[in-house]
Every structure is written in C-alpha cells, then in structure tokens.
Write a protein that binds this ligand. Sequence first.
Ligand code: ADP
Length: 260
Amino acid sequence: MPAITIHNLNKSYINAEGEQTRALDDINLKINEGEFVCIVGPSGCGKSTLLEIVAGLLDHTSGEILIGEDPVHGTSREIGVVFQDASLFPWRTIRKNIAFGMETAKVPKAEQEKRLQHYIDLMGLSGFENKFPSQLSGGMRQRAGIARTLAMDPKVILMDEPFSAVDHLTRCTLQEELIRIHQEEKKTVLFITHDINEAVYLADRVILLTPRPGKIQEEYKINIPHPRSREDEYLVQFATRIMADISRGNREEEKVEYFI
Ligand code: ADP
C-alpha cells in the first residue's frame, strides 16, 4: 500500500471579493513507503499548497488524501513537517526544543531520552544540545528542526524548501546528511523545492508541476544509487531535461493565454 495517496485533488482559493484562484488541478500521485519524492515547478504553481494540504494544514476543494489507509483530516502525529524556518522556541535549549513534540505527545520519559540521544547524534548536534537557538547558525537550527520532527517518529515527512535559507555550502552538507538519514531511517519523504539540482540529487522520483493551476506535467524516476556525485552525467542530464520541460510548460502557458 502506498504511504501517501493523492487522488483527484483540486484546490481553489477564494478571496473576500469572491474571486477564485485555481491553484491545483486534478493531482493524482502515489508515494511508496520509504520513497523520497521531490515536487518541482515554477514559482506559484502550487507546490506549497500541495504540501500544506497533505500536512492537513489547509483544506482542499475536492479529492482525497490518504496516509496509509487513513484520510487526512487536519494535522496528525503521523505527518511530520519541516519548513524553511525551523521555528524553534527561543527560550528553550536545543534539547528541550527537540523534546517539545514528545512532551506534548506524552511519550514516556525513558523513551524521550532514548530518542533525544539518538537524534542529537544523528543530526550532528552533540555539544550544542544545551545551547539556545540564538547561539546557533541557521544550518544548525535547521538540523534541530529536523531532529524535532524525526523524534516524533512520523510515518511520513513533508519538507517545504527546508534548506533555502542557508548558505550554499551548508545546504550541500544538509542535503548529504538528509540522504544518509533517509537511508538509515527509511522514512517516506515528500520534499518541495524550486531547485532542480537539489531535486535530482536527493530524489528517487521528481514530479514536475505545470504553471498555475498546478497539474502534473512530468515524472522522472532517478534510478541512480546513493551516494550520488553532483557531477554524475545522468544527474546533469536529468536536470537539463527538467529545465527544458519547465521552459516548454511556460511557453505552452503563454500560448494558451495568447489564444484566450
Ligand atoms: P508555490 O509554492 O509553487 O510557489 P503556492 O502554493 O504558494 O505556490 O501558490 C499557488 C498559487 O495560489 C499562487 O498563484 C498563489 O498566489 C495562490 N495562493 C496561495 N495562497 C493563497 C491564498 N491564501 N489566497 C489566494 N491565493 C493564494
């Protein structure tokens, strides 16, 4: 059974004047357990809308989303979300931030301690666990945000541009670490990015959305084992092909607008 099923999903936003913005148009997608899927597409095509609907943070207009067999109705502990900003509590240490979700979920103390140690080590946060967020770099804060999500042991992890606020070198390191963690933890990941090179480096499968309203334009299966080299000629070819398909999608969109 797929870990995430998105079936005939449509989303329109309606503003106070009653004007409608069609954001997503009939999205159908199945994501297998343990699969790492990246969603890419031009700005405004509905990537964040899609992620927020799957996270249960935003209502959809029609269609269905399942996590395993269960329909999504609002947020759930089975769904972990990582945004661009780790949004840590400034008054809590890194350790207490990572523990926060487990405390509210009333995870037994001994289990909390076990998971805390595991994820502090896994995310390279040893030695920083008693510091406050303001004492850490953006990259380290994002590691803590990811550790906090992983510590809740969700069935699926949704990530919305999680590395876009950090510098290039940190971003590359975090990408490498995310892949290492994905291989160790075998979680299902749905990852949104506008960075095609990031998508082909990370994903088992890349889904390209058309300009708004977002429809699935193409799917690319990236059958290249990890660890991958960023210079791998197949990865470079995939990235070039996706860029060409985005340009084609944009041109078709312009044609449609021209003939209306
Ligand atoms: P992306 O993440 O791909 O940049 P978004 O999902 O943020 O795209 O937005 C998709 C489209 O929906 C955009 O055209 C955006 O302007 C529109 N949109 C997003 N949020 C709202 C909202 N709250 N009200 C009206 N339109 C919105």
